[in-house]
Design a protein around this ligand. Sequence first.
Ligand SMILES: [Zn+2]
Length: 278
Amino acid sequence: MGLVEMKGILQKAEQGQYGVGAFSVANMEMVLGAIQAAEELRSPLIIQIAEVRLSYSPLHLIGPMMVEAAREATVPVAVHFDHGLTREKIKQALDIGFTSVMFDGSHFPLKENIKRTKQIVELVKPFGATVEAEIGQVGGSEDGTVDTEVSLTDIEEAKQFAMETQVDALAIAIGNAHGIYKGKPCLQLDHLEAIHEQVDLPLVLHGGSGIDPHDFKKCIQHGIRKINVATATFNQVIHQVNKETPYRDYFSHHRDVIMATTENVKHHIKIFGSDYKV
Ligand SMILES: [Zn+2]
């Protein structure tokens, strides 16, 4: 157990027909909280950080901590670099020991996305890590600064992309969005079903904060194996911390961040059905 490649986690999820949460972490407390949740529920786990968050949590500091925490876990944990934008940072994550990276070229035209993704697949090969890529346009942006329009993944393009790039997992756009949904999320489940029939890869759902449990389960039925959850954790932490203000001592705050993260991660693990799978 401990640190594992993401590919293996997703293959097992495919066999068992469940989903695995990929939880964004920003500090040590969240790393500890997420791993505690997975250990309590005997679930595989993915912890991740996106390139746009590195101005808050420098990769050379948080990266080794994530990897070391995964190594010591009693359940399988993959450490994933989310929304990699630059070759330099993706390489740094691999050197630190991340077992999975995402390259997000979804804003490029198909041909350019394929070309750039293939270059990352080549870069990753010697490390034996997993590669996730994205096609179609997920709404919003990882850090909430850009309000990207949703544009559904084209099925033919997804097929071509999967075949030509040989990536291990594919993030798709079916009406999902990053951050907080403006209205009730309206996922195009028929479209997901069609992608799943045509593309033989574990599918990834970004923007998992705010989707209701019923829709999560439908997505999992139609081939979603990795589900990214970021905002829900951060909001749960803020909620918990606000409840306790003012704090009498710093370490109560520290404990509350861990506890809020554990609660949120456990909540999602149960919905995704990855509990008691290890
Ligand atoms: Zn994302």
